[in-house]
Design a protein around this ligand. Structure first.
Ligand code: ADP
Ligand code: MG
Length: 697
């Protein structure tokens, strides 16, 4: 039997293949590009293309594609075959360096937010050699960036790579100041924990809302939900276990380090976490993981729901973005070190993150803003829409001691001076309070927990990398000019703590009192996507992102447009689905049941006119009134949607969605869900919450 070590990465053109199939010169040159970002020579690209093609063909591939991540949030590919005619009437398999490096998908239908006028309909894709090519089905997929002809990024990878570069540049400046001359590169790494629901295909097929929108738009609460906490880490059912086993196999073949899996809090909810890796690779891998999750589910007669909030009243699904920064020598810069000097450096990087999260709370919130995630953030299962940092009691008291110049209680020395004392070892704080924080320090990394389960992790990491790069830039500017390095360092750390301690919150983030307290502290609370996204255009955000070289002004504007457009479109599709379900399924079903009850009452009365039929009468009245309400609310919802002026500025349209369409959707749902609790099960036109949530036996 083949073991995992035999087939791990078997579908990836990874370092092992490169080493064995490329000449030493070509390999070293490519390695330099991958590790240090040096420019790639066309001769090297040609040699790599031939080796890549030979390997892919030997492994069953017939086609290749530039694989990219347009702003739709999913991945895109356009397949070309390797075949080229040979003079003798046959074909040869061909692939050149030019084809490897650059592609031109006819991409005029991808959203560009006005960046690409129709006369410039074609974008181009450019190879990202730092993320390995892989085979999916019979196609060699080459991870690429996607840009317009004028060079504007039309995807998520380009700004992510730029943000990693910005962070690298500024972090290196800081490391040099600490005397580190040998480090060549600093990279951020991410381990995203992915939550999802598994339900059967049968129940899914019967729910138009799940099919069209990925979430249930109607549904009364099931008698049993997650109250008993009996699903979390519970025994995995055989059908789910078989699914997870195949999913792991598929991911391992693609070199994805799927590591842990367990049941989550809600019934039918599960989680998969990979071992962390370089951010752009982790991002590619997470996109592939989401795709494979759905494919493997289909093979098992299941459907994998990646929506942030598939079921009301039941925990939604998020993604925990575990983030750290480290050097090419493997030193984690967010890990308290062994020597006083390393500790001072650790504290500086820690402060850079604290300052970044406080200064750019809005950008972090914006990076996770979608119609789906709005249902989760702020509900009492996910972090609130307010961004704050959890440090844990111990690290918090260290910072307090530094700020106030007072002795740290458990340190051996009476007073802690940076660069003099050794910091205590921080044990990872695993309290419940920790788990309610949107941004928690977990020993040697930060866990950003506001991401929705279907989000690409690119956006969150673009903002995180850029904001931290900006803190580091400010620090480096000041320290490079300082006469007394240690004093300047100490002063700057104290100043950061003083200026930004409002963002630190070690209490329970699910508590209502925290929102009041946060408001008092002046922290932002953008509850919806419509509230958050316009702030992408705030001057301070545009200045930072452009000066760090992560986005151009035009790119920021285009992302603003596209994100709000997505929000508006998503909710309109939901609203239309609701109207259709209400009018063609729900109301007729309730009506039919109501008629049946009335008929039975009439029959009874015909037998004996003295029978009161009190139950039937009351029920008929209630159901009849509810049917009226369902119709009325469906009409009102329809009007709300028609009321959106599609020529209006997009943020105006988003406001109508927030203030009117979503409100009407809530009203329609309330009437329908009440009717569901009164209607005989046989009459209900689609599977209920109980049917869906417990569909996988
Ligand atoms: P949990 O949050 O469920 O307790 P862990 O903390 O063990 O689990 O890990 C969660 C994720 O964090 C995993 O994907 C893991 O690989 C990742 N991770 C661990 N260390 C780091 C690190 N230094 N940088 C980034 N991610 C990390
Ligand atoms: Mg976690």
């Amino acid at each position: 039997m083949k073991t995992v070590t035999d087939y791990f990465g078997s579908k990836v053109f990874d370092d092992r293949n490169m080493k064995s199939m490329l000449s030493a010169d070509v390999y070293n040159s490519l390695k330099k590009t991958i590790d240090e970002g040096t420019e790639l020579d066309i001769g090297v690209a040609n040699a790599v293309a031939i080796a890549m093609k030979d390997w892919a063909v030997a492994n069953g591939a017939t086609h290749f594609t530039h694989w990219f991540q347009p702003l739709t949030g999913i991945t895109a590919e356009k397949h070309d075959s390797f075949i080229a005619p040979s003079p003798d009437g046959g074909v040869i398999m061909e692939f050149s360096g030019k084809e490897l490096i650059k592609g031109e998908p006819d991409a005029s239908s991808f959203p560009s937010g006005g960046l690409r006028a129709t006369f410039e309909a074609r974008g181009y894709t450019a190879w990202d050699p730092t993320s390995y090519a892989f085979i999916k089905g019979k196609t060699l997929c080459i991870p690429t960036a996607f840009c317009s002809y004028s060079g504007h990024a039309l995807d998520k990878k380009t700004p992510l790579l730029r943000s990693m570069e910005a962070l690298n540049k500024q972090a290196l400046r800081i490391l040099r100041l600490f005397g580190n001359k040998s480090v060549k590169r600093v990279v951020s790494s991410v381990g995203p924990e992915q939550e999802y629901f598994l339900i059967t295909k049968e129940v899914y097929d019967e729910r138009p809302d799940l099919r069209f929108t990925g979430r249930t738009l109607f549904g009364a609460k099931a008698p049993k939900g997650q109250e008993m906490d009996d699903h979390y880490f519970g025994v995995i059912k055989p059908r789910v276990a078989a699914y997870m086993e195949e999913l792991n196999d598929e991911l391992w073949k693609l070199g994805i380090l799927a590591k842990t899996e367990h049941n989550e809090v809600a019934p039918a909810q599960h989680e998969l976490a990979p071992i962390y890796t370089t951010t752009n690779i982790a991002t590619d891998h997470n996109q592939i993981t989401m795709e494979i999750m759905q494919k493997v589910a289909a093979k098992h007669g299941l459907v994998c729901l990646l929506h942030e909030k598939p079921f009301a009243g039941v925990n939604g699904s998020g993604k925990h973005n575990n983030w750290s920064i480290s050097t090419d020598a493997g030193q984690n810069l967010l890990s308290p070190g062994e020597t006083p000097y390393e500790n001072a450096q650790f504290l500086l990087f820690l402060c850079a993150v604290i300052k970044a999260v406080d200064d750019y709370q809005d950008l972090l919130r914006i990076s996770v803003a979608t119609a789906g995630n709005d249902h989760r953030l702020g509900a009492n299962e996910a972090p609130p829409a307010v961004v704050s940092i959890f440090l844990g009691d111990e690290l918090n008291s260290v910072l307090y001691a530094i700020e106030s110049g007072t002795p740290y209680k458990s340190a051996k020395k009476t007073q802690m001076r940076l660069g003099v004392d050794v910091l205590p070892k921080f044990n990872r704080d695993t309290t419940d309070r920790n788990r309610t924080s949107p941004f928690a320090f977990t020993g040697n990394k930060f866990e950003f927990r506001m991401l929705g389960s279907s989000n690409s992790i690119a956006c969150a990491n673009i903002m995180l990398n850029s904001a931290v790069a900006e803190s580091l830039r400010i620090y480096a500017d000041r320290l490079e000019g300082a006469k007394d390095f240690e004093k300047a360092l100490h002063d700057m750390i104290v100043k950061t703590i003083k200026d930004h301690k409002r963002i630190i919150f070690n209490g329970n983030g699910y508590d209502d009192s925290w929102i009041k307290e946060a408001t008092k502290r002046g922290l932002l609370n953008y509850r919806t996507t419509a509230d958050a996204i316009p702030h992408l255009l705030d001057k301070k955000n545009v200045d930072m992102l452009t000066s760090q070289g992560v986005f151009t002004k035009a790119e920021i504007k285009s992302r603003y447009e596209i994100t709000l457009e997505n929000y508006v479109k998503t909710v309109i599709i939901e609203a239309n689905t609701m109207v259709s379900m209400a009018k063609t399924q729900i109301a007729p079903a309730v009506e039919a049941y109501c008629a049946e009850v009335a008929k039975s009452a009439a029959a009874k009365k015909a037998l004996d006119s003295d029978l009161a039929c009190a139950y039937e009468s009351a029920l008929v009245r209630k159901l009849s009134a509810l049917t009226d309400t369902v119709y009325e609310k469906a009409d009102e919802l329809e009007d709300a949607v028609t009321g959106i002026d599609s020529n209006a500025e997009i943020s105006k349209q988003a406001n109508v969605i927030r203030d009117s369409v979503l409100v009407k959707m809530g009203e329609l749902r309330a009437a329908s869900d009440e009717a569901e609790t009164l209607t005989a099960k046989d009459y209900w036109p689609f599977p209920t919450y109980a049917d869906i949530l417990f569909s996988v036996k």
